[in-house]
Design a protein around this ligand. Structure first.
Ligand code: AMP
Length: 294
């Protein structure tokens, strides 16, 4: 890997570590055709690669960012031990035909620090007061701020986000609308293991015993969906879904909700489109999942 002006060349794929070097690439090679962006925190899996493949199928140039964003982690969360597998990630992205990987340092993204000196993007409370926003105070301010910065640096035509992080997807969509950002947000369905567990970089933390029971999250979601489709009220469906998780050893349920799929307002009655969202702790590992009922 030869480094020149902050850009490292690999066959067919380059890595930029600074905003200047990324912008140099973007001014030249990155000017040709539609630009697709996939933002990630690395530790890539088939979920991320599915976003990349969709971007490749629709865009002339595909850019992937790898940045573990400290601003979206709470003080007691796993920022320092979040899995970092850069070499392997880059090899996977090369194989997918990604044109450039942007992998900045924290200082490159937050030269003025991450607290009082930073201009931030605050999403509306209607989208962030509940669920992930309630259990992870400040999380979506961190997400919206870094995604806005990455959009400004990359200037993509389309950015691909996973439905796996459903509340995040809506927060990003709303930011783009409210701040008149000139790009389209494309949603990609959740990629799962054969037994239903949603792929996540955090699944590597699970012990073999925890891994065996982890698909209970998706089972609870499907149970709630099936009950609603069969005529149960959201409240009835949720109480049996919550019981399933609470009665499975190892789980601490944080939330299981049925919401309107576009506003995230809780559904008192079943009216599509709905999204059923869940978060639970399995030992030290926090897992989230959802299914959309269209
Ligand atoms: P992360 O690296 O966790 O920040 O995720 C980067 C992007 O990949 C986000 O848009 C996620 O929603 C998406 N993603 C993560 N896991 C999955 C999955 N299992 N299926 C689809 N997209 C995913």
């Amino acid at each position: 890997m030869a480094a020149r002006n902050g850009v490292q060349s690999l066959p067919g794929c380059v890595i930029a570590e600074t905003i200047d070097s990324f912008r140099n690439w973007r001014l030249d090679a990155g000017r040709r055709g539609t630009i697709g962006l996939v933002t990630t925190m690395g530790a890539l899996h088939e979920g991320h690669l599915t976003l990349v493949r969709q971007a490749k199928s629709e865009c002339a140039q595909v850019i992937v960012t790898i940045f573990v964003n400290p601003l979206q982690f709470g003080p007691n969360e796993d920022f320092s031990k979040y899995p970092r597998t850069l070499q392997r990630d880059v090899e996977l992205l090369e194989r997918e035909g990604v044109n450039i990987v942007f992998h900045p340092t924290t200082a490159e993204i937050y030269p003025n620090g991450q607290k009082d000196e930073l201009t931030t993007v605050a999403p509306p409370s209607s989208l962030i007061a509940t669920m992930e926003g309630a259990f992870r105070p400040g999380h979506f301010l961190g997400v919206a701020t870094v995604v806005a910065k990455l959009f400004n640096i990359v200037q993509p035509d389309v950015a691909y986000f996973g439905e796996k992080d459903y509340q995040q997807l809506l927060v990003v969509r709303r930011m783009v609308t409210d701040l008149n950002m000139p790009l389209r947000i494309a949603a990609v369905p959740t990629v799962r293991e054969a037994d239903g567990l949603a792929l996540s970089s955090r699944n590597v933390y699970l012990t073999p015993e925890q891994r065996k029971v982890a698909p209970t999250l998706q089972k609870a979601l499907c149970q709630v969906r099936d009950a609603i489709v069969s005529g149960a009220s959201p409240a009835q469906a949720l109480s049996s879904g919550r019981a399933l998780v609470n009665n499975t050893p190892g789980f601490t349920l944080q939330y299981l909700e049925v919401c309107h799929a576009e506003t995230l307002a809780p559904c008192q009655t079943a009216v599509a489109p709905m999204v059923i969202l869940i978060a639970a702790r399995l030992g030290e590992v926090r897992l989230i999942d959802n299914i959309v009922v269209r």
